[in-house]
Design a protein around this ligand. Structure first.
Ligand code: MG
Length: 197
């Protein structure tokens, strides 16, 4: 089986880290549980200039390398790869973060995963486009059996794969969206492991 795995808030606790940045830079104290919108500008009530600073701060090397691993992510993915499954990390991060993103994976025992950058959210306006970008048409030529994803904004891309089973990583910002039959809400990695046969 080939498995698509999103990076932020599937493999690592990005939003929790962003709550600390928002508090430190702008005095915005929004608990993780209250991040109701995937749009962090909206969730933290930042103006355009604050949001730009916020995103740049979150994409610095020291930030990217400091994100905590989501419990059991590496353990479960290694078990799946040991069974012969292929894991492709498909992130919406700007591809200028390639070195730090690759390093984070390698430092967390995920050196066997492949890493691709797909502009899922249109955030590349903040960052120059580099060599690791995966174009949408090439992404659609890839084939996946399962996808682990937290962002409702990414679901529209996944709907181009008719046989895909989507494992929705349970997060405060995806509670409201109606899930189709091939979508399953997953509280964590041990649960995800049980879904992949
Ligand atoms: Mg994500």
């Amino acid at each position: 089986m080939r498995i698509y795995v999103d990076f932020d808030d599937c493999l690592c606790e990005t939003a929790r880290y962003f709550t600390k940045i928002a508090a430190r830079m702008f005095g915005k104290n929004v608990p993780y549980e209250d991040i109701k919108f995937f749009n962090l500008q909206k969730s933290f009530e930042l103006n355009d200039d604050e949001y730009k600073q916020f995103m740049l701060e979150g994409h610095l090397s020291e930030s990217l390398l400091a994100y905590d691993e989501t419990p059991n992510a590496s353990k479960v993915l290694n078990e799946l790869m040991d069974k012969g499954h292929e894991v492709c990390v498909i992130t919406g991060r700007p591809d200028c973060t390639y070195d730090d993103s690759r390093r984070w994976l390698d430092e967390h025992g995920l050196n066997r995963t492949k890493l691709y950058f797909l502009n899922k959210y249109g955030r590349d306006t903040f960052f120059p486009k580099g060599n690791y970008n995966l174009e949408l048409e090439d992404f659609y030529k890839m084939d996946f059996d399962y996808a682990v994803e937290d962002s409702p904004l990414a679901f529209k891309y996944l709907d181009n794969f008719p046989k895909l089973k989507v494992l929705v990583f349970d997060r405060p910002w995806n509670q409201e969206c109606a899930l189709q039959d091939n979508y399953v809400r997953c509280p964590g990695w041990e649960f995800i492991k049980e879904q992949i046969k």
